[in-house]
Design a protein around this ligand. Structure first.
Ligand code: UD1
Ligand code: MG
Length: 458
């Protein structure tokens, strides 16, 4: 096997997106397009991956991270010019270079792999991935000679009326003999309608030199779909969503209504879990087996155990243990970690809360910066008063404790094991194990008084 390199072009602004955000950073199913393109070569043994950045360089670098080297293209003079920017890193290397554009998010790894194999087996000096579409507008067209061999690629804006009829298109994904690629890039000119240095011209130059050029046909046009505006972005989103949803269904997950189920590409979902309509599962979320993720739930960067029931709730950056139930209308965030058999009910907000096994907060509470021991019950309306307007403070509650309804827990605070806090108590002092704490004004009953009051006179 040849040494393999990849160059991904991601320097363009993406004018047609009409956006402050640079094109390749727009997301398809919660993953940036440039990351999706890089994903497609992640398992193909690349010796070197170079991403060409320009507009929004720092943001693109941040999105891509350390999986690639970067080169800067300060002026966007065309796709050929962009590849040339990788010269210092790649030009003297022997092997095969794949060039991809950062705006083709639907390309599959197996297709790139097959193209690479075809390129290597045929010993071609260049191979271009082509596809067929009924609506080829805006794509480069594949022009073949009388023998059916690739002659050249003509851009939409340079194409004649007859060339525009051609429905075989350039995907923008190529394999090149690395050394020849950089040699030919020196010869590419910008004498075209857009005044740009076109990468596809390298193919024509190689043909002129009688080098072997191949095309590799991708039967699924969607894989080669290029995103240049937001109409295309929504199309890509739909294709990707369908793909992701079908993968999960085939793996044993029930999606009650796939058309309203939004799952990020890297989410993991266990068998016999059911996802109900209008559920969003964002990146880095793992859900176990036998869960029910019921309507209108939103899960992000979170880990859900087995047999968990989530209803109309939002779970962000948090973990939920086995057999727990969350919701309806609960909000877990900021490193909340729940043990097993926990119950978090209606209108409960948990922030940086650690709950032991069997702990419960069933109604109308805010519990923030708190540890709650096993089997402790937090009554309806309990609030951790964790913020004094400037700093946040922690509350520690032991196991088998019972916090009565409508208690205020003024942090910093430690409440022991087996404690009972009477309803309506504002707790300001630490409470030792097995203690009853009560702090409320004593009730007085004035018999007969009710009739003297306006309400009592009726
Ligand atoms: C390009 C191809 C076209 C192909 C289509 C497939 C050329 C000249 N045209 O057209 O044949 O059918 O893709 O989707 O190659 N970029 C840079 N620097 C530049 C110019 C572009 O990094 O100077 C990057 C862009 O960020 C983008 C990619 O290259 O990710 C492609 O550029 P774009 O303007 O989208 O080209 P298309 O018009 O789609
Ligand atoms: Mg494009």
């Amino acid at each position: 096997m040849n040494n393999r390199y990849t160059v991904v072009l991601a320097a363009g602004k993406g004018t047609r997106m009409q956006s402050k955000l640079y094109k390749v950073l727009h997301k398809v199913c919660d993953r940036t397009m440039v990351e999706l393109v890089l994903d497609s070569v992640a398992d193909l043994n690349m010796k070197e991956i170079v991403t060409v950045v320009g507009h929004g360089a720092e943001l693109v670098k941040k999105a891509v991270g350390n999986r690639s080297k970067f080169v800067l293209q300060s002026d966007q003079l065309g796709t050929g010019h962009a590849v040339k920017m990788a010269k210092d890193i790649l030009a003297d290397k022997k092997g095969t270079t794949i060039v991809m554009y950062g705006d083709t998010p639907l390309i599959k790894s197996e297709t790139v792999d097959n193209m690479l194999k075809h390129h290597e087996e045929t010993r071609a000096k260049a191979t271009v991935l082509t596809s067929y579409t009924e609506n080829p507008y805006s794509y480069g067209r594949i022009i073949r000679d009388e023998k059916g061999k690739l002659l050249k690629i003509v851009e939409e804006k340079d194409a004649s009326v007859t060339e525009k009829q051609i429905k075989e298109i350039n995907s923008g994904i190529y394999c090149f003999d690395n050394e020849l690629l950089f040699e030919m890039l020196e010869l590419v000119k910008n004498n075209n309608t857009q005044g740009e240095y076109y990468l596809p011209d390298v193919l024509y130059l190689l043909r002129e030199k009688s080098e072997k050029i191949e095309t590799y046909f991708c039967a699924d046009f969607d894989e080669t779909f290029g995103v240049n505006d937001r109409v295309a972005l929504s199309y890509a989103e739909n294709v990707m969503r369908k793909r992701i949803n079908e993968k999960h269904m085939l793996n044993g997950v029930t999606l009650v209504d796939p058309s309203s189920t939004y799952i990020a590409p890297n989410a993991i979902i266990g068998r016999d879990t059911t996802i109900y309509p209008n559920v969003t599962i964002k990146s880095n979320t793992i859900i176990g087996d036998d869960c029910k993720i019921k309507p209108n739930s939103y899960l992000e960067n979170s880990k859900i155990g087995n047999s968990v029931d989530v209803l109309q709730s939002t779970i962000i950056d948090s973990e939920v243990g086995d057999n727990s139930t969350v919701g309806p209308y609960a909000h877990l965030r900021n490193n909340t970690v729940l043990g097993s058999d926990v119950r978090v009910g209606n209108f409960v907000e948990l922030k940086n809360a650690k709950y032991g096994n069997g702990a419960k907060t069933s109604h109308l509470s805010y519990m923030g910066d708190v540890t709650v021991g096993d089997n402790t019950n937090i009554g309806c309306g309990t609030i951790t008063v964790n913020y004094d307007g400037k700093n946040k403070y922690e509350t520690k509650i032991g196991k088998d404790t019972f916090i009565g309804c409508n208690s205020n827990l003024i942090a910093p605070l430690e409440i022991g094991n087996g404690v009972v806090v009477a309803a309506g108590t504002t707790v300001t002092e630490n409470i030792k194990d097995d203690t009853l704490a009560i702090a409320r004004v004593k009730q007085e009953n004035k018999e007969g008084y009710a009739k003297r009051l306006p309400a009592g006179r009726k």
